[in-house]
Ligand binder design. Sequence first.
Ligand SMILES: [Zn+2]
Length: 91
Amino acid sequence: MNPLVWISNKLMRRPSCEEVNRFLVEYVEGLLEGETRDKFEAHIKSCKCCGPYLDDYRTTIKMAKTSYDVEVPEALIDHTLEFLRVRMNDA
Ligand SMILES: [Zn+2]
């Protein structure tokens, strides 16, 4: 391929990826509508860098939400309070 063509292809693609990344949060939260969402999905499906990126993003969000849902076991709290109490008495 002609290097000039390759470079111009790169430059042509880039803004589109950046645009997609700008809408990523809205898309994942389900806030994108109509034409914007269609364009976003079309790009995600055809783009080798945005597709995996979206997957990663979703996984990260899922993990973050999961760890918020995890409750600290009461036994651990008791243990921590007991530990602090003993420590404070020592001081
Ligand atoms: Zn892309």
